[in-house]
Design a protein around this ligand. Structure first.
Ligand code: HEM
Length: 396
C-alpha cells in the first residue's frame, strides 16, 4: 500500500491512517454513518495513523480558504513521478492562478448559458432512447456530461471508448492510499491520456476548430505539458463528477417519492442532492507554513483531510441534516469546494443536473427503482452508483 498524501507510516493500515476503510463495501455504500462517528471524535481529530481530519463545515471552510493551507510541493495523491506537470487542481499560486485564468473564460455563466439548448437536446435524445427497463447511469447520467465536455473540448465522439477507460482509472487515482497496482495503473492511464491529447493538439494547432482545445493550442504562455494536464483534468472532471450528481439525484428522489419536485423546482432539488450526497466526498490540503486549525497546531507540510460529505451534514449549519429535504432553503453546502480551487465546472454541472433531473421527471413521473440498493463505484473521493436499474413506466 502506498501511503501517498498521508503521513509516512507504511506499517499502518489504510483504515488506521484515514479514519475509515476505503476498501470496505459497507463504508462505500453509506459513508455517512462512519462520518458521524468521526465527527463525534472532534471537529478536527487525529487518526491512529497520525492524519488530521476536519469534519465540520467551519473547519473544512477554513481549510479550503485559508492561504496558509494549499497543495504544497508534493502534487496530487498517487502522482506518477514521470509526469512532467500536474494540472492546476494540484497547484498553488502563482501557477494555479495563471493556468486557471486561461481556461476560466470558457466556463463563465454566460458561456455556459449558451450551451443550454444543446444540453437540453442531448438530454431529450437520451431520454427518448431509454428502454422501459434501463440502467440510468449508462443511459443518461454518464453520456450527458461526457457528450457536453467532449463537444466543448473538441474531442471526437469515436474516441470516447478509449478515454472512458483512462478517465475511470484516473478518477480512482484521486483516492488516498491506493495499492501499488492501482498506482501503476493510474500512471499508465495518465501517460496514455496525455499521448492521445498530444496528437490531437498537434492536429488542432495546424487546423483550429471552434473548440476549447483549439483555443488553448493558440495560447503562447501555455507549455505543452501544461496544456495536456489541463485537457486531461477537464475531460476527467467532465466524465466522473456530474454523472454522480444525476445518479445520486435520481436514486434519492425516487427512494423518497420526490421525483416530481425535480420538474417543479430543479434548482432547489439539485442543491439538496449536492448537499445530501456530494459527488466529491473529500479533498485535502497541506500546511504551507506552521499553522493552527481549530486550536490544533498543524506543522508545515502536514496534510489535513476536509470531509465534504461530513461538512454538508453539519447540524450547526443545516437543520435536521440527515433528512433529504428538497424544500430546504439552499444553504452553504461545500459540494463544489471553496476558495481559489472552487469548482470551475460548477455552473455547467448545475445546469446539466437541473436539465437531466427535470426532463426525466417530466418524461417518466412514475419511474421506479428496479433494485433497493444499487451497487456503488469502488471510489472514496468520487461517490456515485455504478449502475442504477429502473423501470420507466412511461405513459405516452
Ligand atoms: C474543482 C466538485 C463538476 C472542473 C472541484 C472541487 C470540487 C469539485 C469539490 C475542488 C477540489 C478541491 O478544492 O480540492 C465538483 C462536483 C461536480 C463537478 C461535485 C459535479 C456535480 C465539474 C465539471 C467540470 C469541473 C463538469 C468541468 C468540465 C473542475 C476543475 C476544478 C474543479 C477544473 C479545479 C479548480 C481549481 O483547482 O482551481 N470540483 N465538480 N468540475 N472542478 Fe469540479
Amino acid at each position: 500500500v502506498e501511503p501517498s498524501a498521508v503521513p509516512d507510516q507504511p506499517s499502518t493500515s489504510p483504515a488506521d491512517v484515514l479514519g475509515f476503510d476505503p476498501f470496505d463495501r459497507e463504508f462505500l455504500r453509506d459513508p455517512y454513518a462512519r462520518y458521524r462517528e468521526m465527527s463525534a471524535r472532534g471537529a478536527l481529530f487525529r487518526t491512529p495513523g497520525g492524519l488530521l481530519v476536519a469534519t465540520t463545515h467551519e473547519l473544512c471552510s477554513t481549510l479550503l480558504r485559508d492561504p496558509r493551507f494549499g497543495r504544497g510541493p508534493g502534487g496530487g495523491p498517487n502522482r506518477d513521478p514521470g509526469q512532467p506537470v500536474e494540472s492546476f487542481l494540484w497547484m498553488d499560486p502563482p501557477d494555479h492562478t495563471r493556468l486557471r485564468a486561461l481556461v476560466s473564460r470558457a466556463f463563465t455563466p454566460r458561456m455556459i448559458e449558451r450551451l443550454r439548448p444543446r444540453v437540453e437536446a442531448v438530454t431529450a435524445e437520451l431520454i427518448d432512447a431509454l428502454p422501459e427497463e434501463a440502467d440510468l447511469v449508462e443511459g443518461l447520467a454518464y453520456p450527458l456530461p461526457v457528450t457536453v465536455i467532449s463537444e466543448m473540448l473538441g474531442v471526437p465522439q469515436e474516441d470516447s471508448e478509449r478515454f472512458r477507460g483512462w478517465s475511470e482509472i484516473l478518477a480512482r487515482g484521486l483516492d488516498p492510499m491506493l495499492t501499488d497496482d492501482l498506482v501503476s495503473e493510474t500512471g499508465r492511464a495518465g501517460r496514455e491520456f496525455r499521448d492521445y491529447f498530444r496528437e490531437l493538439a498537434a492536429l488542432r494547432r495546424r487546423r483550429p476548430g471552434d473548440d476549447l482545445l483549439s483555443a488553448l493550442t493558440q495560447v503562447r504562455e501555455l507549455t505543452e505539458p501544461e496544456l495536456l494536464a489541463t485537457c486531461v483534468l477537464l475531460l476527467v472532471a467532465g466524465h466522473e463528477t456530474t454523472v454522480n450528481l444525476i445518479g445520486n439525484g435520481v436514486f434519492h428522489l425516487v427512494r423518497h417519492g420526490l421525483l416530481g419536485h425535480a420538474a417543479q423546482r430543479p434548482k432547489q432539488v439539485v442543491e439538496e442532492v449536492l448537499r445530501y450526497d456530494p459527488p466529491v466526498q473529500l479533498t485535502s490540503r497541506v500546511a504551507l507554513e506552521d499553522a493552527e486549525l481549530g486550536g490544533v497546531a498543524v506543522p508545515k507540510g502536514a496534510p489535513v483531510l476536509a470531509v465534504i460529505g461530513a461538512a454538508n451534514r453539519d447540524p450547526a449549519v443545516f437543520p435536521d441534516p440527515e433528512r433529504f429535504d428538497v424544500t430546504r432553503e439552499p444553504g452553504r453546502h461545500v459540494a463544489f469546494g471553496l476558495g481559489i480551487h472552487f469548482c470551475l465546472g460548477a455552473t455547467l454541472a448545475r445546469m446539466e443536473g437541473e436539465i437531466a433531473l427535470s426532463a426525466l421527471a417530466s418524461a417518466a413521473p412514475g419511474l421506479e427503482l428496479a433494485v433497493a440498493a444499487p451497487p456503488y463505484k469502488a471510489n472514496v473521493v468520487l461517490r456515485g452508483p455504478a449502475r442504477l436499474p429502473v423501470r420507466l413506466r412511461r405513459t405516452g
